[in-house]
Design a protein around this ligand. Structure first.
Ligand code: ZN
Length: 176
């Protein structure tokens, strides 16, 4: 998949609303779709010990949501979570999501009112463009310049990633 990723604007609004409602706790869940286009999101409770600073998908709810996604005829295209206070840029801990380099990672910053969509690998975190219609709906285009240069220093962190736990439980494989 290359180029801008289509995410329905209504879905972004709903994720933003959930993130605002649960702040200062982070929210998390799956992005599901078909043919590379995101069509729906599936919230999963955040079971992290410090949910205001990190997220960990509650294992049983994670498994249940993956089944619902399958039953809906969709596949997991990525994850989403919120940053109550920081910009929508993958944190140190989020770099553990590089365990799933095929997935998209959508982050909504409550404080900055801004989305970031990412692919995260051990060697890089790369911002992925949201399709223009979604950007227009949220006024994101004007804010683009605020977040440039976010992918600079991921390389030096490779060594730290080893053995790091991802944001979601590894009991369930997101590809199934
Ligand atoms: Zn994060």
């Amino acid at each position: 998949m290359s180029g801008a990723v289509t995410v329905p604007a209504g879905l972004l609004d709903a994720i933003a609303a959930q993130a605002r409602r649960d702040a200062p706790r982070e929210v998390c869940g799956w992005l599901a779709g078909a043919d590379g286009a995101v069509r729906d999101f599936y919230p999963v409770p955040n079971a992290a010990r410090r949910p205001e600073r990190e997220f960990l998908m509650e294992p049983q709810a994670q498994i249940d949501s993956l089944r619902r996604i399958r039953e809906a005829g969709l596949t997991v295209l990525g994850t989403y979570h919120s940053h109550p206070k920081s910009p929508p840029v993958p944190s140190e801990r989020d770099l553990g999501l590089s365990l799933y380099p095929e997935l998209l990672h959508l982050i909504f910053s409550v404080a900055y009112e801004e989305f970031g969509l990412w692919r995260i690998t051990e060697s890089a975190r790369r911002r992925v463009a949201l399709a223009p219609e979604a950007q227009d709906a949220l006024g994101l285009r004007e804010e683009k310049s605020r977040t440039r240069g976010a992918s600079g220093d991921a390389k030096g962190r490779q060594g730290k990633l080893r053995g790091r736990r991802g944001g979601f439980s590894r009991r369930a494989d997101p590809q199934t």
